[in-house]
Design a protein around this ligand. Structure first.
Ligand SMILES: Nc1ncnc2c1ncn2[C@@H]1O[C@H](COP(=O)(O)OP(=O)(O)OP(=O)(O)O)[C@@H](O)[C@H]1O
Ligand SMILES: [Mg+2]
Length: 471
């Protein structure tokens, strides 16, 4: 039996790549998903008995795209497909599974699984946690290659970590190593997909007509211009320690004793909790001076993104109270608290707020009106004509600095951020900002996001409307 596939040069590079972790990423329609399927098929034929899985974000997506295409292009005599288990069993004993990971907890379905090659299609739709967890499922006592091969467009909730892992370290097409693992990023351009260009010449025209940022991302596969970032103000923020101009992150200093101190709080157990202390200067400017972010670390001390330390409220407030009694910046001060209104919930007996009070830690109910809250944050982050914002972050606040720039727009509600992201600090900052609302800075120079990268035109319309409403 002879099977012939014509492939593009980049698809060939993806198939040939020997690196441990490979990303084929860029323009929409570059042939990435098709490349995944052909590669999976070739590996299944070459290594009888090999086990592979292809992930998408949800089953509907998997069904619509990958599974249909796979069934359409792979010769039926070579496999049996079970639509119950979503597995293709090849005649030579190889297995190709189709899986989905929507939430982080979905990884538990793969707790005892083992694969030789794990594939993610639309990698930026996944979380870093899902990706790293699945790394641990890559094993097997055999000589088959062990690889993670992914494909994606820029944008989406995972944009920041994917860019950091594959794109920032090295020029495209150049393999690199980190901690003994080799990586490769293969950029995709739509113009390279001659099959699509021939069959649907109008496709590029349709991409051309997209709004500026989306066009750059989807047509050219640009990772820089477009990144779906919810707080674009925090993009590439330099740390100007001396002049504090054009930045939000500054070196810590002892807050003058006359400045008011606030404490903001968002509760979490399996997910991180967040406590921050703020000082307010005479102009009403907020300084995030300290934070206690309940994010777990692994045995090597590395942050486990979006994973809580599982402290009880008792443990949290004992620490808060101890900090406020002993820390030189806070000792002896009146501290005003504001917190997530849900901590007053008594449906499971004593509320979290009750526990806080028993430690002498008091809060007012935060205003949980999300959209005005986000606008308050945008106002705070704007720079005035001199480059001074209404909110500064001390450089010791690592949780803020790590999580805030990684937040992206929601796929479903273009006016909000994606709550699957690590948004606990953002929520806690939002309560703080809503407690001391300000007017937008006159003559502000920082850009506020004006589009939702993940939405269709209808949603972009809605978002523009929203921007007008709050401008
Ligand atoms: N080697 C090929 N031979 C024939 N058709 C191809 C080939 N590669 C891609 N195509 C076709 O080109 C179109 C786009 O390819 P594909 O869906 O793989 O792109 P993509 O990069 O995954 O796009 P998206 O970013 O939208 O997910 C599809 O219709 C696909 O079937
Ligand atoms: Mg695709």
């Amino acid at each position: 039996m002879k099977i012939e596939y014509k492939i593009t040069r980049k698809q060939q590079a993806f198939i040939n790549a020997k690196e441990d972790e490979v990303l084929y990423g860029g323009a929409a329609g570059g042939g990435k998903s098709y490349g995944q399927i052909i590669d999976a098929f070739l590996k299944a034929l070459k290594y009888p008995g090999i086990k592979q899985i292809i992930f998408r974000n949800s089953y509907p997506e998997l069904n619509r795209s990958i599974i249909l295409t796979a069934q359409a292009i792979l010769p039926k005599e070579l496999y049996a497909y079970s639509s119950v288990s979503h597995k293709m069993s090849f005649v030579n004993g190889s297995l190709l599974e189709f899986g989905y990971l929507s939430s982080d907890s979905d990884v538990s379905n793969y707790q005892s699984a083992e694969y030789d090659i794990i594939r993610f299609d639309e990698l930026t739709h996944f979380t870093e946690y899902q990706y790293k967890y699945m790394r641990s499922r890559l094993r097997g006592a055999n000589k088959f290659p062990k690889q993670i091969k992914s494909s994606t467009n820029p944008g989406g909730r995972g944009h920041a970590w994917v860019k950091e892992m594959f794109i920032t370290p090295k020029a495209p097409g150049k393999s690199f190593e980190r901690d003994g693992t080799s990586f490769l990023f293969i950029p995709a351009k739509v113009s390279e997909n001659k099959f699509l260009m021939k069959n649907d010449p109008g496709y590029v025209k349709r991409l051309e007509s997209l709004p500026f940022h989306e066009k750059k991302a989807l047509l050219l596969g640009d990772w820089d211009i477009f990144d779906g970032q919810f707080f674009p103000e925090l993009k590439n923020i330099p740390e100007h320690y001396e002049d504090r101009i054009g930045t939000h992150i500054i070196a810590p200093f002892i807050p003058p004793s006359e400045w008011t101190i606030y404490r903001s709080f968002d509760f979490g157990y399996a997910r991180p909790f967040s406590v921050a202390w703020w000082a307010v200067d005479y102009d009403g400017r907020l300084y995030r001076i300290m934070e206690l972010y309940g994010c777990a670390r692994d045995s090597l001390g590395a942050v486990m993104a979006n994973t809580g330390v599982k402290w009880t409220p008792e443990k949290i407030f004992a620490r808060v109270s101890e900090t406020e009694k002993s820390h030189p910046w806070l000792k002896g001060k009146d501290i005003f608290g504001v917190a997530d209104p849900s901590i007053w919930d008594k449906s499971r007996g004593t509320s979290v707020a009750d526990v806080a009070e028993s430690f002498g830690v008091y809060f007012e109910k935060g205003d949980n009106n999300r959209l005005p809250g986000w606008m308050q944050l945008h106002y705070r982050l704007q720079f005035d004509e001199e480059g001074i914002p209404m909110m500064y972050i001390f450089s010791n606040c690592e949780g803020f600095i790590r999580t805030m720039p990684s937040l992206v727009f929601s796929k479903n509600n273009p006016e909000d951020l994606d709550t699957e992201g690590e948004d606990h600090i953002a929520d806690e900052v939002r309560y703080m900002c809503m407690h001391r609302p300000i007017a937008p800075t006159v003559g502000a120079v920082a850009e506020v996001a004006t589009f939702d990268p993940l939405s269709d035109d209808r949603k972009i319309g809605q978002y523009n409307f929203f921007m007008k409403k709050y401008k």
